[in-house]
Each structure stands twice: as C-alpha cells, then as structure tokens.
Design a binder for this molecule. Structure first.
Ligand code: PGA
Length: 252
C-alpha cells in the first residue's frame, strides 16, 4: 500500500514572517490528518523557522532545489548536505528549474544522485510542454526525462515522482483525472522496465498542475495517482488543509 503524499511547493513566495504565519495557520489542522504524508517546501530562507514550528508534529519538510556538489566555490548555491541537515525531502527537476535555469537531464540526474547519497528523498518532477502534448509526444517526453534522470541511481525506492504537465502549472488549466491517471500509469510501467517491478509498485507518483480543493477528488479517485504536488493552492491555509483532508478521506 502506497501512502498518499500531498506536498506544498511554495516556490519563491513568502517572506520569513509570512512563512511563519502560514505554518502557524496550518500546523494544528495538518498534524491531525492521518493516512497522508504531508510535506511543506518553503523557500530556503524559511526552512529553519518552519522546521522549528513543525517540530514534534507529523508534518515533514522539503527544499525546492539543491546543487549537486557537497560544498565548494559555487556562490549562491545550497548543497545537499546543508539541506539534509534540515529536511527529509527535496524537489528536483521542477519544470521552472528546467525552463528558467536551464537544468537538463544530466544536471537533474546529478542532483538526484547527490540527494540520495546524503539520505534526502527526492521528489523528481517530469512532464511535457503544451506543444509536445498537442503533438501527441507526452509518453516520449516523459520516457526521455525518466531515462536520463534515473540512469544509474541507487535506492530508487526513496524516490517520489511528480508528473506535472507544464501546460497545467500555474495556469488554472489542470489535466483531467483520467488524463493524469493514464500518463501516471504509463510512467509506472516505464519505471518497472527501468528499475524493476517491485520499485514500480512502491514508488509514489503524484500529479501536479493547478490542483485545488475543488478538483482534488477528481485526481485522488484515480488508482494510479498517489497524491499531489501543489503550488498556488498551498499558499492558502484553508485550501491546502482541504486538499489534504479530502485526500485522507478518499484514500482511507
Ligand atoms: P500549481 O503549481 O499548483 O500552482 O499549478 C504546481 C507546481 O508547480 O508544482
């Protein structure tokens, strides 16, 4: 049985003060919801403050990115070791990193290896762009992303994958539950070929892209979807709580 996960990706939003306020609004309610792994991914500068606030609760912490080197002359970067000190999870290969910071398959693969080497659990993001979707190339694109990222990785069972069609991120135009379930089923079959059947059965594959309280049930009613990576809606306490609560109830 795969425990569903709801992860909130706050992206480049919230000052430290705003992060503290948001977690204070979320903490009690989120802590009480069982049967779902709950992960908050605030900006780097708020990790320490958020970590203090969720201490002793069932809420887990994730970072949004890492560099692949453990230390060195990389001004402005944050290493996997620094994050492993604070967090259990890290988002890797988000489409915004691929698009705006030119992260390719090779960089994503290095980051994955580096994260796993220090005991961080990566949330690996993959997904096709609108043009690729319209050209019927979704399966080809996610296969290429999976193959280039997963080449030679150890401990694959610690991995979480988030399927995020780029055209659905931050656009308010989510995929349908059926579409997402179809592609996620395809991803699971590909993982079975790449990493073996038992890993494919154990790995959680989330959907991401304009998930809201209003469409949560559509995704969580699908058998292949093991949760969600939530962007915009994770910045509103009541809405995020509703997404987690609905997931817990639907998956009970
Ligand atoms: P969104 O973002 O929920 O705002 O579409 C999802 C993500 O980028 O992970």
């Amino acid at each position: 049985m795969r425990v569903p996960m709801i992860a909130g990706n706050w992206k480049m939003n919230t000052t430290v003060g705003e992060a503290i306020k948001l977690v204070s609004e979320l903490c009690q309610g989120l802590d009480k919801i069982g049967n779902v792994e709950k992960v908050l991914c605030p900006p780097f500068v708020s990790l320490t403050a958020v970590r203090e606030l969720i201490k002793g609760s069932s809420i887990k912490l994730g970072a949004q990115n890492i560099h692949f080197e453990p230390k060195g002359a990389y001004t402005g970067e944050i290493s996997p070791l620094m994050i492993a000190d604070l967090c259990e999870f890290v988002i890797i290969g988000h489409s915004e990193r691929r698009q705006y910071f030119h992260e390719n398959g090779e960089i994503v693969s290095k980051k994955l290896t580096a994260a796993l080497a220090v005991g961080l659990k990566p949330i690996l993001c993959i997904g096709e762009r609108l043009k690729e979707n319209e050209a019927g190339r979704t399966e080809e694109v996610v296969t290429e992303q999976l193959t280039s990222s997963l080449a030679g990785i150890d401990y694959p069972d610690d991995l979480v994958i988030a399927y995020e069609p780029v055209w659905a991120i931050g656009t308010g135009k989510a995929a349908t539950g059926e579409q997402a379930n179809g592609t996620i089923g395809f991803i699971r079959r590909s993982i079975s070929q790449l990493l073996g059947k038992s890993t494919a059965q154990n790995i959680r594959i989330l959907y991401g892209g304009s998930v809201t309280a209003a469409n949560t049930a559509e995704f969580m009613n699908q058998p292949e979807i093991d949760g969600a990576l939530v962007g915009g809606a994770s910045l509103k306490a009541a809405e995020f709580l509703s997404i987690v609560k609905q997931t817990s109830e639907l998956r009970r």
